[in-house]
Design a protein around this ligand. Structure first.
Ligand SMILES: Nc1ncnc2c1ncn2[C@@H]1O[C@H](COP(=O)(O)OP(=O)(O)OP(=O)(O)O)[C@@H](O)[C@H]1O
Length: 622
């Protein structure tokens, strides 16, 4: 089983666990001082109750046996009061416990997702180990964290109960106290080992769990529903999901079997010790060494001690397990930044672009085991110029954009912004200066206004600004025509079922979504660099012409980078760059490239011919 011990930076397992205990308690305290203090108080009082019950019972029984009537009622009243407290405290405790768990849950989720948001690159999100760690950390943020709060508090309560009961038992029989304690040691060791195995198993099946979720999402998500139905993938996906579930359950079953064996053995051992103790106590009472009250107290103390010890072992094991899971949360939270700046060079801000952006001998591959995607790329994008990048599928166009946005750092070479290495400024600073439309843009299940507004959160409430961006992307009339205009929810899955207006959730067409995504980008049009990756792929011919016409006007005097397979759309660019196999193979204006008569001219002729008809001679002549 992989990485159950979670040794980070060579730290020993016990030190790591101790650090997690301290971190969990501090977190718990931060989450809610009042419920934590209240629960702690209840824990201490509840811990003392079993011993108090034992002693008060002994006094009542002894007084009754000796026919002493003067104090017996007081002892009985004390016993009743203890019973009353014991009856009420668990409910109060449960409320505080739930409240604490809720607050802790919120704090942990906040921490986890703030950390995830802190990672500015994309590589971590493509790393299966990171995904597994996050999925384990998500478990720590949910209900599974209960044992760290309740487990640790309950451990304290059971420890208090145990100490007081052991005190009682050792007064009556030190040998028995030792025996009962010793019998708990193997139980503790076995349970700790089981909890370690369980977390190891959970981590080991984490990929299978993620795949199981993936298959089940494919069966329920509206976006995949078309293909799953058209291709009849339902049974295929269901079987795959069940296959992954079987892997997860096989791991659980193996562990449950081992747990059942171990627990039965331990239960047998503790019953044996209790039975032997009972025989000894009854014999001692017959011999007159113990009173009747002593026997009652002895039996109660043995049972109480055993159950407190079992509870303690249980709590320690559960807390141990939860702490191991918490370790993943801690691990994710302590991950360093994924795109660190070179030491001593970092600058907090990036000035506005004055001269241009230069890619100097940029080499890039997604992973050491992957082939090179960019092979020593040299490209200058002068300020105020419009540059177009064209090339066949897989040539590296989108990768180039991802590098410009600093989602990855070049494996070799540099990208300079007015001579500043972009690795020396925070990625957020760089992105603040850009407007980008990705090829695989997002369609948010939000309102139309929000779908545009997410492009620049500070403009979310600026309705005229949103409308202007929509107008430039030629989508304002479409949005105005929606049942609730800009406030129409662009999703049917989150529409309120109680809402009587059947139009409250609307689904846009592919081209309308694309224009909305373009509006989102144009909301940032005052930024220094505008990047458009296939901005018109989903548009009809008329709309494409219209959008490109608008964009051309819009890009005048703005620094822009346009990626498109439609060569008619890029011909106005001041510089066209042809990428092939991660290298620039041609560069120039449309006219220059046509005169050169190489790959660009050939592709242009093929596309032009496609629009004109099938006159092969035109293609051949190009
Ligand atoms: N996240 C990734 N991890 C690993 N390889 C990737 C990743 N993204 C892209 N690639 C690989 O990098 C190469 C270039 O991909 P890229 O998306 O940059 O091409 P493109 O020129 O934009 O293609 P298209 O015209 O099809 O959009 C491809 O071989 C692709 O398989």
């Amino acid at each position: 089983m992989p990485r159950a011990s979670l040794d980070q930076g060579g730290e020993t397992r016990s030190r790591l666990l101790l650090r997690h205990v301290v971190a969990a308690w501090l977190l718990c305290w931060r989450a809610g001082r009042l419920p934590a203090a209240g629960y702690l108080l209840i824990t201490v009082v509840s811990g003392l109750l079993p011993a108090a019950t034992t002693w008060f019972t002994k006094f009542v029984v002894d007084d009754l046996a000796a026919a002493r009537t003067d104090g017996v009622l007081t002892w009985a009243a004390c016993l009743a009061a203890v019973g009353l407290i014991a009856g009420v405290l668990p409910h109060l405790g449960a409320f505080l416990q739930n409240e604490l768990a809720r607050r802790l849950d919120r704090l942990m989720q906040d921490g986890l997702y703030s950390t995830i948001n802190r990672f500015q690159g994309l590589s971590r999100f493509e790393d299966p180990e990171f995904r597994n760690d996050v999925s384990m950390a998500q478990q720590a943020s949910g209900g599974a964290m209960g044992p760290v709060t309740t487990g640790l508090f309950d451990t304290a309560r059971n420890a208090i109960a145990l100490v007081s009961l052991l005190g009682t038992l050792s007064v009556l029989s030190p040998v028995m106290a030792g025996l009962v304690t010793m019998a708990a040691v193997p139980a503790l060791i076995a349970r700790l080992s089981l909890s370690r195995r369980r977390v190891g198993m959970l981590a080991g099946v984490s990929s299978a769990t993620r795949r199981q979720v993936f298959y089940s999402l494919l069966m329920t998500d509206v976006r995949s529903a078309k293909e799953t139905r058209l291709f009849g993938l339902g049974d295929f996906l269901r079987e795959r999901m069940l296959g992954e579930l079987a892997v997860v359950q096989a791991g659980e079953r193996r562990l449950d079997r081992r747990e059942a064996r171990t627990q039965s053995l331990l239960a047998f051992l503790s019953t044996l010790v209790a039975g032997a103790g009972l025989l000894w106590a009854v014999r001692a009472a017959v011999n007159g060494t113990l009173s009747v009250g002593d026997v009652t107290a002895f039996v109660a103390a043995v049972t109480g001690t055993q159950s407190a010890l079992a509870g303690l072992v249980d709590n320690v094991a559960m807390a141990h397990q939860a702490l191991l899971v918490f370790g993943y949360h801690d691990k994710v939270l302590s991950l360093p930044d994924d795109l660190p700046s070179a030491p001593g060079t970092a600058s907090e801000t990036l000035p506005a672009l004055r001269h241009g952006i230069e890619l100097r001998d940029v080499w890039f591959r997604y992973d050491d085991s992957h082939p090179w995607v960019l092979n020593g790329l040299d490209l200058t994008i002068p300020k105020g110029s419009s540059v177009a990048v064209v090339g066949l599928n897989g040539a590296g166009k989108s990768t180039l954009i991802k590098l410009l946005c600093r989602f990855y750092d070049p494996t070799r070479g540099v990208i300079l912004w007015d001579g500043i290495d972009i690795r020396d400024v925070p990625p957020q600073e760089l992105r603040r200066r850009m407007g980008v439309l990705f090829q695989d843009y997002m369609c948010y299940d939000l309102t139309a206004a929000e779908n545009i507004g997410v492009g620049a959160l500070e403009s979310m409430e600026d309705r005229p600004g949103l409308k202007e961006a929509a107008r430039r992307a030629d989508v304002d009339t479409t949005v105005e025509g929606l049942p609730r205009g800009y406030d129409t929810l662009l999703s049917r899955i989150f529409a309120d079922p109680a809402d009587e207006d059947p139009q409250s959730g609307v689904v846009l067409s592919g081209g309308q979504w694309q224009r909305l995504a373009l509006a989102r980008t144009l909301l940032r049009d005052q930024r220094d660099l505008l990047i458009l990756d296939e901005p018109s792929a989903g548009l009809d011919a008329e709309a494409e012409y219209e959008i490109h016409h608008r964009l051309r006007k819009h890009r005048v005097d703005r620094t822009s980078l346009l990626v498109s397979h439609r060569l008619g759309a890029v011909r106005e660019a001041q510089m066209i760059v042809v990428l092939e196999g991660g290298r620039i193979v041609e560069q120039g204006t449309h006219d220059e490239l046509m005169v050169a008569g190489r790959g660009y001219a050939r592709l242009f002729a093929i596309q032009a011919e496609g629009y004109r008809g099938t006159d092969e001679s035109a293609v051949a002549s190009a």
